[in-house]
Design a protein around this ligand. Structure first.
Ligand SMILES: O=C(O)CCC(=O)C(=O)O
Ligand SMILES: [Fe+2]
Length: 336
């Protein structure tokens, strides 16, 4: 890919992995992923070697936009690929789910989900979905390429949430994609937002930080709330110099926005295609992504559902200092 360094990668040692797998909790990681994260962190720690601390630390500090951990875990017991988002109760994916929770914990992050997205499920399936289950439109979309976006783009930056008056909790700090099956090697596409911002003029960059954009919610989020008159770029979030929220399809320049807002959005969109690194997330791979520093999309998974078709799990994380509105009476990870 032009101008993009290969991502940092950790490949786990098989012996250490076996030690780690003896330490993971023996329960569904969708239930208590926050309460049991210390135990999961101990397991993940046993899986890591002395050389792995540096890439993990660099990623945690925001010096690298994403990190791939290739666990090499045995997934031969997986059932057929499910047909929809809700997680299936099947032990075959749990150990990899716990390693994910544990790695996040070692990075200082805890798992978060949203009551309005897939009923707050901690891990969801990204899979091909059949027309009989979800209707023709969503079924077709599940087979197609996805243009670049950040997840939860209509949700607040942590700094906005801290100012009060927000209906929803902050968008995820981390997006985590976990590979269970990817027979065609369908790529996930990742581009550092800062590189796309380099294509903008100073005036356009300034417009990105102004209250000039309307952001409609991501399709999977069951909320009507459109963020109106909001910036896409913030320099006020913890740890990172620049934080972006973006979607090709969900963002428009607000009524009355200066021309630079429109051209900024256009130039950002046009810069992206040349910047993507293509990462095939294969079975057992855990791909950790700084959600506000990386624009992500994917190639087309192609037609076909169930069986041995592509199956990723997705979860979200917040760093320890990110706070939101916990769902009353819900598990610790579910927020409003
Ligand atoms: O399927 C992928 O690789 C990524 C999907 C994604 O970005 C999403 O569902 O929001
Ligand atoms: Fe996404």
């Amino acid at each position: 890919m032009p101008g993009v360094e290969p991502p940092q990668e950790i490949v786990l040692d098989a012996g250490r992995l076996a030690t780690a797998l003896a330490l993971v909790p023996d329960e569904d990681p969708c239930i208590r992923p926050v309460q049991l994260r210390e135990q999961a962190a101990d397991a993940a720690g046993a899986a890591l070697g002395p050389d792995d601390a540096t890439p993990l630390g660099h990623f945690a500090d925001g010096l690298e936009p994403w990190l791939i951990v290739r666990t090499g875990i045995d997934l031969s017991g997986l059932p057929p690929t499910p047909l929809d988002f809700p997680p299936i109760q099947d032990r075959s994916w749990w150990p990899l789910g716990w390693l994910t929770v544990g790695l996040m914990s070692r990075l200082g992050a805890r798992l978060v989900s949203y009551a309005c997205e897939n009923k707050g499920a901690a891990f969801v399936n990204l899979v091909g979905r059949p027309e009989e289950v979800v209707g023709a439109g969503l079924a077709e979309r599940s087979t197609k390429a996805m243009r670049g976006h950040t997840d939860g783009a209509s949700f607040p930056f942590p700094s906005e949430f801290a100012m009060g008056g927000e209906a929803h909790s902050p968008a995820p700090d981390f997006l985590v994609l976990v590979g269970l099956r990817n027979p065609a090697g369908t790529p996930t596409k990742l581009a550092p937002a800062s590189m796309a911002l380099d294509a903008l003029t100073d005036q356009e960059l300034e417009a990105m930080e102004g209250p000039w954009f309307d952001i409609a919610p991501q399709g999977t989020f069951d909320t009507e709330q459109i963020r109106v008159g909001a910036p896409l770029l913030s320099r006020r979030e913890p740890r990172h110099g620049l934080s972006m929220r973006f979607s090709h399809g969900k963002i428009t320049a607000s009524h009355g926005a200066p021309p630079a807002a429109e051209t900024a959005l256009q130039r950002f969109k046009e810069a992206l295609p040349d910047l993507y690194a293509e990462v095939a997330i294969g079975p057992g791979d855990i791909c950790l992504i700084h959600n506000r520093q990386v624009i992500h999309g994917r190639g087309a998974p192609g037609s076909g559902v169930g069986g041995t078709t592509r199956w990723l799990l997705r979860t979200y994380g917040w760093m320890g200092d990110t706070v939101g509105n916990p769902q009353a009476g819900g598990p610790a990870h579910v927020h409003l």
